[in-house]
Design a protein around this ligand. Structure first.
Ligand code: BV8
Ligand code: ZN
Length: 262
């Protein structure tokens, strides 16, 4: 058995020779920026709920102020957070591999703030609220006005300026369909990639979780970055067991000789 190269070396060799790359990220990508993941227990007002019950149309219908307050608190937290070296490494990969596609399950804007190109948001965004009835895009509340957002309280959602129905977060809730264009573009990219790098996702929520498995089935190589084991271990050619903010810059450096920091 030849000398097994360390995983980062094997991953760098794969990334260096890849022609069509997809990077697929989940909440673990934002953890080191101080943004709680979906696995993390909820805190404060929402501690008696789990995200899966709160991130639903039923929860919003039952108690719009509780759910809107949760999303406003998260939006405030993200606005005060900073992208980390892992986000910048993802953007460095996109700048070095032509047409590398970034697909994210995250609803924050940390990839964009680290210079990522056209991230495909499969589960929407905290920064695109819309009317719950007529779907008219609503403006993101001025941070000075939503007093309860930063402290985590109930915040009654604003009314739509056109039909006065409650404004809702622009995210995909459980039981809701994913945005068709983003999903179609992600499936298209995965179908034609030769390497998929999945970072910081528990791989449990469908249909997004299907993407790494689909890539492997179609003959692509999968590299996983996650401190823990996930269902994706079954299809990952290389498992980089560690946190995104450390592993991704190391991967970029091992591949191209610098951390890609521009
Ligand atoms: C749909 C936006 C149909 C909201 C989210 C039974 C079987 C199969 C499927 C189903 C089923 N019952 C119901 C379903 C469908 C359901 C589903 O999959 N449920 C699961 C629970 C079984 N899916 C849906 O409902 C989807 N819609 O199916 O619609 C339909 C079709 C047509 C027409 C109408 C309807 C919609 C799902 C989208 C839900 N919205 N987010 C919001 O943000 O509030 S999901 C949310 O959770 C995330 O976006 C993500 O997708 C998912 C899981 O989160 P992850 O990103 O993976 O993060 P997580 O916290 O889980 O894990 C963190 C990971 O990071 C861990 O692995 C950890 O080890 C790692 N980590 C930690 N620190 C670091 C790190 N990694 C790297 N570095 C670190 N430092
Ligand atoms: Zn409306």
């Amino acid at each position: 058995m030849g000398q097994q190269h360390p995983p980062i070396g094997r991953a760098a060799a794969l990334l260096g020779q890849a022609r069509r790359v997809v990077i697929f990220t989940g909440a673990g990508m934002s953890a080191e920026s101080g943004v709680p993941t979906f696995r993390d227990a909820l805190t404060g007002l929402w501690r008696q709920f789990d995200a899966q019950t709160l991130a639903t149309p039923e929860a919003f219908r039952a108690d719009p102020a509780l759910v809107w307050g949760w999303y406003e608190w998260r939006r405030h937290l993200v606005s005060r957070a900073e992208p980390h070296a892992g986000h910048r490494a993802v953007s460095a990969i996109q700048s070095r591999v032509p047409h590398a596609v970034l697909v994210t399950q995250n609803v924050d804007d940390l990839h964009e703030r680290a210079g990522a190109v056209d991230p495909l948001h499969l589960h929407g965004s905290l920064f695109a609220p819309r009317c719950s009835a007529c779907a008219r895009p609503a403006s993101v509340p001025d941070d000075g006005t939503t007093e309860a957002g930063p402290t985590g309280g109930r915040v009654p959602p604003p009314g739509c300026v056109r039909c006065s129905a409650p404004v809702r977060p622009g995210v995909v809730w459980f039981g809701e369909e994913l945005p068709r264009a983003a999903l179609a573009a992600a499936v298209e990219a995965v179908s034609s990639c030769d390497l998929l790098v999945t970072v910081g996702t528990s791989g449990l929520v469908y249909p997004a979780a299907e993407l790494p498995h689909a890539a492997a089935r179609l003959g692509a190589t999968v590299i996983q970055v996650n401190p823990e084991e996930t269902p994706v271990d079954a299809v990952a050619e290389v498992n980089l067991r560690g946190p995104a903010a450390r592993v991704l810059p190391a991967l970029v450096e091992a591949t191209w000789g610098d951390t890609g920091r521009r």
